[in-house]
Design a protein around this ligand. Structure first.
Ligand SMILES: [Zn+2]
Length: 260
């Protein structure tokens, strides 16, 4: 006899719980890597959703007088992942400087502000997979790990390329030493962005200015605002992330008003 026929009520409750869980949590626990949602995964989800949320609430539209740069941001977190330190964003338009990427501004800005020599073992959450320039800066500043919220099929896999060992080949090279670990976020938002960008056929950097991307970022913001922690020990991390969002938006709107 089929299991459902034996204990229908038990399995109905189980199905309802599974549907509820999939709509509450950010990570797709049945992802193709087989990774389960751990406490650390949830911390990564919270920080990733925060990064998307800041970008959504400060979305860079088509009005050139209001554009700072592309809708790309990066968040710096301490090695324990329990303190959010800084956020920065792409500012290529307002600075007229193509090197003003979110991660490079984040690293250089933080080092200068706090007069630190490096960022040993710190973590960066980047809304887009880091480019070669930012990857190099992560390695030099000793960032331990970067988790990204959208794959860059054009300029991504920079850290992986630096990790390649071609020493077996004629005139080959050893991998670059102490390369920052690069991971794609398990968050379903990352998967939706990757899928939508691929299906749209729009070049990655232009895609980030489309309404398609904005809708997915809006979904990320709603998920963040309504998030319920799976691990109670992550409640403080989530509460701090929400406070960080409020503070960051306050700073952004104040700075924008001063520019007017
Ligand atoms: Zn970059």
């Amino acid at each position: 006899m089929h299991l459902f026929a034996q204990k229908p009520l038990k399995y109905l409750i189980l199905c309802i719980l599974l549907i509820f869980a999939s709509s509450t949590y950010c990570s797709d626990t049945s992802n193709d890597t087989g990774t389960n949602n751990t406490q650390n995964d949830e911390i990564n989800d919270i920080h990733m959703l925060l990064t998307y949320s800041i970008l959504y609430k400060t979305w860079q539209g088509s009005d050139p007088s209001r554009v700072i740069g592309k809708n790309i941001g990066a968040l710096l977190v301490n090695p324990k992942k329990d303190t959010i330190l800084e956020f920065n964003r792409n500012a290529h338009a307002s600075t007229h400087n193509v090197t003003q990427h979110a991660e490079s501004r984040l690293i250089q800005g933080y080092l200068a502000k706090y007069e630190c020599e490096d960022l040993t073992d710190y973590i960066i959450y980047a809304s887009l997979e880091p480019c070669a320039m930012c990857s190099g800066m992560m390695i030099v500043s000793k960032i331990k790990e970067t988790i990204y919220g959208e794959t860059d099929p054009y300029g991504g896999k920079s850290l992986e390329r630096l990790s390649l060992d071609s020493s077996e080949l004629p005139d080959g090279y050893k991998p670059y030493p102490d390369v920052t670990i690069s991971k794609a976020s398990n968050c379903i938002i990352r998967k939706e962005l990757d899928k939508a960008q691929k299906e749209s056929g729009i070049f990655i950097y232009e895609f980030l200015g489309t309404d398609i991307a904005k809708e997915i970022y809006k979904k990320a913001y709603n998920m963040f605002i309504n998030y319920e922690v799976q691990y109670k020990t992550n409640q403080t991390i989530y509460d701090n992330a929400k406070k960080f969002l409020e503070q960051e938006l306050e700073n952004y709107y104040r700075a924008y008003e001063e520019l007017q």
